[in-house]
Design a protein around this ligand. Structure first.
Ligand SMILES: [Zn+2]
Length: 244
């Protein structure tokens, strides 16, 4: 099981990092975990073929997390033409929001013209799904997104991963991180700000309560990224982590 961080940036691309995007792969398939607008640049920069993706899983419907979906569609239409189905997983309305975004960006094209089938899967709190050989379970996290923001537990025979999505600190991180191989957690700032994101200070305070084997910070804001020292490992664009 391997994680490649394609985009480790926050909504402002702090430090020049790409918006949120990760490739999670194992022998049974490949998941794009978040699909920020820089998806194609990021994948191609690291020699990853966009058509290798079996499923896209997004945590919530903010532009830095799902804004790259229309560009994937373009690639599949005019680049290496995709014919096999694509699964897109996210909170309710992920399908219509993705189609509306695609239509807004390229008025001349419509979703129905795509040469492949899209299976949209709407996740509620606690939904379970098997896709690309991963068992995916969603949980509600506190973030100001419509209709809501999800965190995910992803498991395959090779390992387990917990993903925070965008979230302020929640006790879910404690209960769900127990025994997890890798916890990919967002961290937007050194100090707590408005209750939308998790800060370095809060993670430090709860560090001993997190039972994951490895903690990796992503969605990094300017100050966390630039801080000289960090107790926690920080993601960067292109980081490859072999899990378990
Ligand atoms: Zn974000």
């Amino acid at each position: 099981m391997r994680l490649t961080v394609i985009g480790s940036g926050d909504a402002f691309c702090s430090g020049g990092a790409l918006h949120s995007c990760n490739l999670l792969e194992h022998a049974g398939g490949k998941i794009l975990l978040e699909c920020g607008p820089g998806v194609l640049a990021g994948l191609k920069r690291h020699g990853i073929a966009p058509d290798a993706v079996d499923a896209v899983v997004v945590s919530h419907l903010h532009g830095d997390h799902f804004g790259g979906i229309p560009f994937l569609f373009l690639e599949y239409l005019f680049g290496k033409r995709r014919e096999r189905p694509l699964t897109i997983v996210g909170p309710p309305t992920t399908g219509p929001r993705s189609c509306a975004l695609y239509a807004a960006l390229y008025r001349e094209l419509q979703c129905f013209e795509l040469p492949f089938r899209i299976d949209y899967v709407e996740m509620q709190h606690g939904s379970k799904l098997r896709t690309a050989g991963f068992d995916v379970e969603s949980f509600l996290v506190p973030h100001n997104a419509e209709p809501f923001s999800l965190g995910y537990r992803l498991a395959c025979p090779e390992g387990t991963m917990l993903f925070s999505g965008d979230s302020s600190w929640t006790e879910e991180f404690v209960t769900r991180s127990a025994g997890i191989d890798l916890f990919l957690c967002e961290c937007c700032s050194l100090e707590p700000g408005p209750p939308m994101h998790t800060s370095y200070r809060e993670l430090l305070a709860h560090r001993a309560r997190l039972g994951c084997k490895r903690l990796l910070l992503t969605h990094l804001g300017e100050d966390v990224r630039r801080a000289e020292k960090s107790v926690f490992e920080r993601a960067y664009d292109g980081l490859v982590v072999d899990i378990a």
